[in-house]
Ligand binder design. Structure first.
Ligand code: GDP
Length: 200
């Protein structure tokens, strides 16, 4: 299936999940999106699915952190994990979310790849390491998607890519190819759709 075909039909919100027993049946290929809050995750998911306001629900700090499931065609789930790295989220919220995240990543048989969003201006920061290590431990292949590429000058991109490559070399679950995107300009969106379509 091509990326175009996978994203042709309207992407429907299926449900927000707050506990493992709320997960939909593991009956399709699943990809998830993770990233620190404000990295541009909602914008990217909206650009991929050509919808505005689709991935807004889990965006408020301190709110109940839900894992949001969307259906892509009839073959994939696209899963939006809550943004991490809120400085002022209540500890109880953070702990509950980490428990659910760990259980989900370690125990979801149909989860084929995690896309970890990283701001192209900053590269991989210490706030990202926790999720990368969790993905290693859970044996979930992850691929880095750089966001907001339009904010980085062409001459600076290589330096960021080198930093990210250096970090990825430390992670056994890392997929080597890095995807450069701009939700504002539309760069890399078709490429990312095509990559998701190849995940089987
Ligand atoms: P989230 O918290 O990860 O869901 O991030 P959002 O999608 O809400 O984006 C956070 C901020 O970054 C917003 O002000 C967006 O307008 C901005 N943003 C997101 N994607 C891009 C992009 O590709 N280019 C630029 N220049 N800004 C972006």
């Amino acid at each position: 299936r091509t990326g175009e075909a996978l994203f042709r039909r309207e992407t429907d919100f299926l449900k927000g999940v707050v506990a493992m027993n709320g997960l939909p049946p593991a009956d399709r290929v699943e990809v998830c999106f993770a990233g620190r809050s404000n990295v541009g995750k909602s914008s990217l998911i909206n650009a991929l699915t050509s919808r505005k306001g689709l991935a807004r629900a889990s965006n408020t700090p301190g709110r109940t952190q839900e894992i949001n499931f969307f259906t892509l065609s009839d073959s994939h789930y696209l899963v939006d994990l809550p943004g991490y790295g809120f400085a002022n989220a209540p500890l109880k919220v953070v702990e509950a979310w980490q428990r659910l995240l760990k259980a989900y990543l370690a125990g979801r048989p149909t989860l084929r790849r995690a896309f970890v969003l990283i701001d192209a201006r900053h590269g991989i920061k210490s706030v990202d390491n926790e999720i990368l290590e969790l993905l290693d431990r859970s044996a979930v292949t992850f691929q880095v998607v750089l966001t907001k590429a339009d904010k980085v000058k062409a001459k600076d991109i290589e330096r960021v890519l080198d930093q990210v490559r250096g970090e990825l070399a430390k992670h056994p679950a890392a997929f080597p190819e890095i995807v450069l995107t701009s939700s504002d300009k539309g760069d890399g969106i078709d490429t990312l759709r095509a990559i998701i379509a190849t995940v089987a």
